[in-house]
Design a protein around this ligand. Structure first.
Ligand SMILES: *Cc1c(COP(=O)(O)O)cnc(C)c1O
Length: 391
């Protein structure tokens, strides 16, 4: 008799976005003439920039000629892309070997799949509130989870405390709170991990939104990190690749657990269970690193960052305390009048015709908070910010 993985029965139902959709639908039926502004968008909206498109077209043409046709690619990703990634790290003074870089179809898959090479006996330290993928993927395989509180007292940046854990999840800049760790704070995590022989999973999906030179873009800026950290990067938010699908994971050769190289294990896993990202996609990703590609992608990032600033300033003007907004596409704030997240969601929908994302959907510490996203169009963001001033 076939048996299921019963851990899946322990997963919470992923109500958040479905419930938002249902509430919005109901509102639209009741108020067909009211226009809603969506500040709940968790996806990029600006199209792929020209430099990347050009590369896509050229590589498609290569596929149509015998001389340049490509079949299966190298397991770790094409060297032309991994070289560019390596060079990009080098610009920030970080030395990464190209065999430490694994190109993939995005950070979400890698963050989930990385658990394959670890024992089920590990306990995982996960911040609350958080990107739900961290907790759900651990529940799916039955790992023990310890939550660490991210709240106003610690500016949504929890520090290591006596709770030892084997696998530690850090997302900076953070989704949903927009909070970002300083080098000093990350150093504390790296020292803690090295001391306890733990591994840090560092999710740097929003690294390109950092505005301040002194804030770390990568965990590998921190001394000692190569013996305790794996970094996940994605072109999704930095180059609009949420639909194209490409990212990469860095597993340093110095990561040795129980005398085994994690780089070797991940290489084996990646080569066996994954057949690579398409040549076309990797050529598109390569174009991100050209001078023109960098300029064009940065322009889109700046557009979102300006949106975030507009939202943040409108909250400031009504003296509402908020987090994020400057180094992340998210603004995170406490609901007014001590309202619960869903209560305030309804209030915003009905009175200001704005859609937000209830903080409670990201964990218990998200209750009574709301997330606004800056991925929308400027005209709507401006309209929303005027409305927010009436809060
Ligand atoms: C969007 C996002 C990612 C990126 O995932 P992809 O699979 O690369 O699209 C990773 N982590 C967080 C926290 C995100 O919000």
């Amino acid at each position: 008799m076939a048996k299921i993985n019963k851990n899946y029965l322990n997963l919470g139902n992923n109500y958040l976005f479905r419930e938002i959709e249902e509430k919005v639908q109901k509102f639209n039926i009741k108020n067909p003439n009211k226009k809603l502004i969506n500040l709940g968008i968790g996806d990029v909206t600006l199209p792929i920039c020209d430099q990347i498109l050009k590369s896509a077209v050229e590589s498609i043409k290569e596929m149509g000629k015998t001389e340049t046709f490509k079949g299966y690619g190298p397991n770790l990703g094409y060297e032309f892309l991994r070289e560019k990634i390596k060079e990009n790290y080098f610009k920030s003074g970080i030395n990464i070997n190209i065999n430490e870089i694994f190109v993939s179809d995005g950070a979400k898959c890698d963050i989930s799949n990385i658990l394959d090479i670890f024992s089920k006996e590990n306990t995982c330290l996960i911040p609350d509130p958080v990107y739900p993928v961290y907790s759900d993927t651990n529940i799916m395989i039955g790992n023990e989870i310890i939550y660490m509180d991210a709240n106003e007292e610690n500016n949504f940046l929890p520090k290591p405390n006596s709770k030892t854990a084997d696998l530690i999840y850090i997302c900076s800049p953070n989704n949903p709170t927009g909070a970002v760790y300083t080098k000093e704070m990350l150093q504390e995590w790296v020292d803690f991990a090295n001391l306890n022989k733990s591994i840090i999973f560092f999710d740097a999906a929003y690294e390109s939104f950092i505005s301040c030179e002194n804030l770390p873009h990568s965990i590998f800026e921190i001394p000692g990190s190569k013996t305790c950290a794996i970094e996940f990067k994605s072109f999704s938010k930095s180059a609009g690749f949420t639909g194209i699908r490409c990212g990469y994971t860095v597993v340093p050769k110095d990561l040795i657990i129980e005398n085994v190289s994690l780089n070797k294990l991940w290489n084996r896993r990646h080569s066996t269970k994954f057949n690579g990202v398409s040549y076309i996609t990797q050529k598109m990703a390569e174009a991100i690193f050209t001078e023109e590609g960098q300029i064009q992608c940065q322009k889109n990032i700046n557009y979102y960052k300006e949106n975030a600033k507009i939202i943040a300033n409108s909250l400031k003007s009504v003296e509402m305390k908020f987090f994020g907004g400057y180094h992340a596409p998210y603004v995170w704030f406490k609901c007014p009048k001590n309202m619960y997240s869903w209560e305030f969601f309804d209030y915003l929908l009905k009175n200001l015709n704005i859609i937000g994302t209830p903080g409670s959907g990201f964990g218990k510490n998200g209750e009574k908070y709301m997330r606004f996203s800056s991925f929308g169009r400027r005209e709507y963001v401006l309209e929303a910010s005027e409305k927010i001033k009436n809060l």
